[in-house]
Design a protein around this ligand. Structure first.
Ligand SMILES: Nc1nc2c(ncn2[C@@H]2O[C@H](COP(=O)(O)OP(=O)(O)OP(=O)(O)O)[C@@H](O)[C@H]2O)c(=O)[nH]1
Ligand SMILES: [Mg+2]
Length: 318
């Protein structure tokens, strides 16, 4: 995963080390020592599908930290640069988020309102699959979620979610095709309240982020179901388009957290970083395959370690 981003960062460390080695031995680092190499690093990041603005922010923060600094003699130059780079990326990326089933369990109270999560995103990004994975995770934690099949738009969507509900042994509220998706979400919440379920996961129809009618429909679902969390699902493989989607959904409906799917097939790795940095919302999970277990809680520190130091314990498995 993320090989391209990792090698771009690794090259960045080597080039920076080369250009500051002499300067650092004699005096403080000046902007002129690193200007060229900063431009090179920016381009490398963009090639790894880091959004332009985000690449620029990383490079500016990096220069801000290095210019005027003296490298302590006691540390290896490359290691020093690497830890500065890791800090910068961590700042730009932000913290990870919460784990939905854990959160639902923590807030659960008899007779209380269930924890309601609405999933948003364009067609085929993996909304329904991610819901099934979270339902699986919730069940293992002893929380039985109610699924709301509020995609009454795409043929087969109801059956697709019902198939997962049956396999996972969790209740589902469905609706007729063409019926109001907001009412399906509402019914699922009422069902959960009546039977003391702590979590409701609302599936919605995929839509183009440019489709304002459908955006309006999503806003209605959100108004009616008053979710505790609006989760945007984006596909890592769509690269820069994922950033555009994030911006549009965040402005059009509001987004509280993000799931990046298909990270297992993503060699570039820029999307995760760019989406979180652009809308300043936490990444909650990475989708890493098609099975129910293929969902990783996103750990920002671990992610940064993986892409900057490249020695994660997870890495050997892929
Ligand atoms: N490799 C991989 N495939 C995934 C992942 N998440 C979802 N998929 C696949 O992506 C395809 C689309 O997933 P869906 O869950 O149907 O996507 P959706 O967003 O609900 O699609 P619509 O309902 O049409 O908008 C399926 O073939 C999934 O198996 C992932 O993390 N990794
Ligand atoms: Mg779907």
């Amino acid at each position: 995963m993320f090989g391209k981003l990792r090698s771009a960062l690794s090259r960045a460390v080597s080039s920076l080390a080369r250009s500051v080695r002499e300067a650092a031995a004699l005096r403080e680092i000046k902007l002129s020592d690193i200007e060229d190499v900063m431009e090179e690093i920016k381009l490398e990041l963009i090639e790894a599908e880091v959004a332009y603005d985000v690449a620029e922010e990383i490079v500016e923060r990096l220069a801000g930290r290095l210019v005027g600094s003296k490298i302590p003699r006691s540390v290896k130059l490359e290691d020093h640069i690497r830890s500065v780079l890791a800090e910068v990326i961590y700042e730009v990326l932000g913290e990870g988020g919460l784990d939905i089933p854990e959160e639902a369990r923590a807030r659960c109270s008899p007779g209380g309102r269930p924890y309601v999560v609405v999933f948003l995103g364009v067609n085929g990004v993996g909304k329904t699959t991610s819901i099934a994975k979270i339902a699986y995770r919730a069940k293992r934690l002893g929380v039985t979620p109610v699924l709301a099949a509020a995609d009454t738009f795409r043929a087969g969507a109801q059956e697709q979610l019902a198939y997962h509900a049956e396999r996972l042994g969790v209740p589902i509220i469905t609706g007729r095709y063409g019926s109001d998706p907001a009412s399906v979400a509402y019914d699922a919440i009422e069902y959960a309240k009546a039977r003391n379920h702590c979590l409701v996961l609302v599936d919605t129809a995929g839509r183009m982020h440019t489709d304002y009618d459908l955006m309006g429909e999503l806003r209605k679902i959100v108004r009616v179901s008053k979710p505790d969390l609006r989760v945007l699902v984006v596909d890592a493989l769509t690269g820069n388009d994922a950033v555009e989607q994030a911006r549009m959904f965040n402005e059009g409906v509001g987004v509280d957290g993000v799931i990046i799917t298909k990270a297992d097939a993503d060699v570039k790795g820029g999307a995760a970083l760019s989406v979180a940095a652009t809308i300043r919302k936490p990444i909650l999970y990475l989708g890493v395959g098609q099975g129910y277990e293929d969902l990783e809680v996103f750990d920002a520190r671990e992610f940064v370690k993986k892409i900057v130091w490249g020695n994660s314990s997870q890495e050997g498995k892929r």
